[in-house]
Design a protein around this ligand. Sequence first.
Ligand code: ACM
Ligand code: ZN
Length: 555
Amino acid sequence: MKKLQMLFAATILLTSTVFAAGHIKSDASVAIIPYPSKVEMTEGVFKLTPATKIALHFDDEKLPLATNFLNSVAEDVFGSKLAIVKADKPIKKNAINVTLNKSLHEEGYTLEVTPSVINISASTAHGVFYAFQSLRQMLPVEALTAEGVKSVAIAAAKIEDAPHFPYRGIMFDVCRHFFTVDEVKTVIDMAAMHKLNRLHWHLTEDQGWRIEIKKYPLLTEIGSKRADSQVVGTHRAHGEQYEGKPYGPYFYTQDEIRDVVKYAADRFITIIPEIDMPGHMVAALASYPHLGCVGKGYKVRELWGISKEVMCIGKDTTFEFIEGVLEEVVSLFPSEYIHIGGDEAPRDAWKACPACQARMKAEGLNSEAELQSYFTQRIENFLKKHGRRIIGWDEILEGGVSPTTTVMSWRGSKGGIKAAKAGNQVIMSPHTHCYLDYPQGADRTKEPPFGERRPEKPHYLPLEQVYRINPYDQLTEEEQKYIIGVQGNLWTEHVNTFDLAMYMFLPRTSAIAEAGWSHTNKSFKRYITNLNRLVSFYDAYGYNYAKSYWRELGK
Ligand code: ACM
Ligand code: ZN
């Protein structure tokens, strides 16, 4: 088996060295990201060899997912898997004992590396998986890249660990630019490395519909391609510039969706699909024009930015359509949460539409904001019948939301704060800290192009700013209970290659991970030290990442 590559040794390797004849010395410290709740270095090293056994002391149908992961690492290191044995008593030598401890957090674990054995305990297979993720990060990275490895020393340590927030996610927009199944799987592997547990998959947009819906085939026949695209890195305020070529058709078949959902679930990641409505629907309107207020003249959008063309909330056929789409969506995605978007839906078309105005009158709605709330609540009630809950962007607060709605705060934290104070669940992803499409270095000549409306006031989101997010800002202890987590968002108007997507995700996703996991135990200084090591793992796995954080720190 081919070893992983050291693509670009951007970091100073700490203390590890390849010894002669394939024996690899340990790293001197535990540099795990997200940083564990408690770490204590102890004496000596454990020598992992191809003969080390994984000893399972309990049964759980999901344990093979964890052991499969560890064995994929063993294959990268040794070219062979470790034996898995069932054991009643702890094995005393050259084993990784995995035991059940029901008192631990459902995603937490303890990990003790001693010179003779490694002991792991967890209350679920999910916790075991995270213990193995930590163990991988404790390997000297040369173990993954050197040829002919016979043993790998791991520094002895005692770790107790559990996440702070239950929801730790990233969002991937595959609509403005499309990414293949394999690329999405790489993002899932990268997310799992950071102990994230949600991938919010933004599947529908003005510029492209990316999920096959059998009941509505035109969504992908027409909606998955556009005649042209705005040039990456330009802003239409300074003149519309087009690529001069069509884009698509690009979409995922339902079989591909199922495959990706399973791939993620096998890594303890739940995929939350987003079907963005009633705005950001132009690709659907181009496919089925009767869904819009005007009912004709739509084409899949070629420019970035917000369209005034939105779904008609006056017509019952709109609800029939959405319900038909969502029936297939819930059959594909087991996630309890379904994201229904709700952002950036201009109200002009509803103001001018007799059907929408009639709906407002019939339902006693006083504003178009309330009309959108009526729409959202009807969709929420429909999804409730399927046992699902909705997440919406913070605009959905404007006309009022039901108490069971989860709000994703993106226009800063204001919406999230308001929602938490009202007793709604909140996921914090304010653009001020979490928009991973913003360039990450101050020096714009060294960053990929990003279309700026006001070049004199450029968007800019450095690593440290991501790290410093406090999802609880301005909330009382009681209100903090409604904050379920954090999420980094990668919009892809200006991200047209997968290498660039990874560059935007990394290393900032590691800061999101630490904000979500290590909230009560953060130190930017320690994090940067550890990140200097983690990037060598990014190198080994071929993950592109921004180097600008070194520039930002004046290195
Ligand atoms: C958004 O950035 N429109 C949620
Ligand atoms: Zn209408």
